[in-house]
Ligand binder design. Structure first.
Ligand SMILES: [Zn+2]
Length: 78
């Protein structure tokens, strides 16, 4: 991925499972067949490709603000 012309390494892990709105990571939130992401926690709904793009953008933001290896992590209370 290119951020400001600079190549960055981001972990693709959870980019299709992470909800940028509430931070929930849940595999079953993504419906491959319908290409839809629906968060059972907060009710947020989005196209799964769009959600992935939003998450990668989010990781890019973290990278710019100094995190060397931005990634999403599962929380114990998820
Ligand atoms: Zn949610």
């Amino acid at each position: 991925h290119l951020i400001n012309g600079e190549v960055m390494e981001v972990s693709a892990q959870y980019t299709s499972q992470h909800n940028p709105k509430c931070g929930t990571i849940k595999k079953s939130n993504r419906n491959h067949y319908l290409h839809e992401y629906y968060c059972s926690n907060c009710g947020y709904r989005s196209n799964d490709d769009r959600l992935g793009a939003m998450n990668i953008q989010l990781l890019g933001t973290q990278y710019i603000s100094g995190q060397e290896q931005p990634k999403f992590e599962l929380t114990t209370n998820a």
